[in-house]
Design a protein around this ligand. Structure first.
Ligand code: PMP
Length: 386
């Protein structure tokens, strides 16, 4: 029989996160620090705006690029919060989550064999999406010694004549590391010197705890070579709404819109109405969530270090990424045994690529009560292993 599946898809590995979720779901009394989503319900005002749009009968497609009113709000939001200016008619596309934004970015940019530099440990979708678009992911490894921050010289070490873009994610999933303006400037200098594009995943931009968030697109000479991926899932606690957006130079946005229009038509209409409300009036709610995450981050960093699982204090997102090396267990062994013996679900760091082995990802988007109980259990587990 003829081969039915594409070689690319056969070579893709299933996400390593799923296996742990499936195992955890089959057990009782599990505390999950495994999920990568907020523990808040979307604010009532946003839900109400969406309900109202349904009551008014706004149930048809929107423009391919998204409701003009929503793009207008995104434009204002980006200017106000991150000091980057985009034209709402030409440069912004509303997508089905940051996930689809990433997908159409790769498909719009990549020619066969083009290399995209990715900084690992990173979000599990990046390399598969690059491969699916026919490109080659080239990984740079970051480590705990530099708090998992990309060192600019590492970029030059992997640049070839096929390098097209650098994919950044700050604040980062899974490490929580957040790059400062100075650190981004040093990266921008190299990117400009080598005429690269930057794809910047800013889905956690609202969730920074020590320093103001800086978008690399706001640095001199960068806007014309930067594609911003963002969305409502994390900062606005709207994962299930499936809403994200892209801000890009006009020519690139136009190319992406072609793919978006043929594959997706538009993002869900009722979700777009909710998002307008989120951008217009949601700042207070975002700020409250941010403060709450910050308290929980501080608790987790302090507690894990006390147990002896060393971890840096991450500047953003809602993850801590402690080392489990002192237990002598691999990431997978630690995560599996912790789940079976103490019923705490975490994600083994190796699933996030180079630099992740020897670490686990713990999401602190969980109630303080659950976090305290999980720390008790992890502490007992680690004592038993030493
Ligand atoms: N980028 C990063 C770094 C993420 O962690 C996630 C979600 N886990 C996404 C993008 C995609 O988010 P969504 O599709 O819900 O917008």
């Amino acid at each position: 029989m003829k081969e039915r599946l594409s070689t690319t898809v056969q070579q893709l590995k299933p996400s390593g996160i799923r296996r742990f979720f499936d195992l955890a779901a089959s057990m009782d009394n599990v505390i999950s620090l495994g999920v990568g989503e907020p523990d808040f319900v979307t604010s009532w005002a946003v839900r109400e705006a969406s309900i109202l749009s349904l009551e008014r009968g706004y149930t048809s497609y929107t423009a391919n690029a998204g409701l003009l009113e929503l793009r207008f709000e995104i434009m204002k939001y980006m200017k106000r919060n991150f000091n980057v200016s985009y034209d709402y008619k030409d440069d912004i596309i509303v997508t089905v989550g940051g996930s689809q934004a990433l997908d159409i970015t790769m498909r719009a940019l990549i020619n066969p064999e083009d290399e995209i530099i990715v900084v690992e440990p990173n979000f599990v979708s990046y390399s598969p999406l690059i491969s699916l678009a026919g490109g080659v992911p080239v990984a740079i490894e970051t480590t705990a010694e530099t708090e998992f921050k990309l060192q600019p010289r590492q970029i030059e070490e992997v640049i070839t004549s096929n390098t097209k873009a650098l994919l950044l994610c700050s604040p980062n999933n899974p490490t929580g590391s957040s790059l400062s303006k100075e650190e981004l400037q040093a990266i921008a200098d190299i990117v400009i010197k080598h005429d690269l594009l930057v794809i910047t995943d800013e889905i956690y931009a609202e969730l920074t705890y020590d320093e103001e968030f800086t978008s690399i697109a706001s640095l001199e000479g960068m806007k014309e070579r930067t594609i911003i991926i963002s969305g409502f899932s994390k900062g606005f606690a709207m994962t299930g709404w499936r809403l994200g957006y892209i801000c890009a130079p006009t020519e690139i946005a136009k190319a992406m819109l072609k793919i978006h229009q043929y594959t997706m038509m538009c993002a869900p209409t009722m979700a777009q109405y909710g998002a307008i409300e989120a951008l217009q009036n949601g700042q207070h709610d975002v700020e409250e969530m941010r403060k709450s995450y910050r308290r929980r981050r501080n608790y987790m960093v302090k507690s894990l270090n006390q147990i002896g699982l060393e971890c840096h204090s991450p500047g953003g997102a809602f993850y801590v990424f402690p080392s489990v090396k002192k237990t002598g267990l691999s990431s997978e062994e630690f995560a599996e045994q912790l789940l079976l013996e103490e019923r705490v679900a975490v994600v083994p760091g190796n699933v996030f690529g180079k630099g992740g082995e020897g670490h686990i990802r713990c999401s602190y988007a969980s109630s303080m009560e659950s976090l305290e109980e999980s720390i008790k259990r992890i502490s007992r587990f680690v004592e038993n292993k030493l």
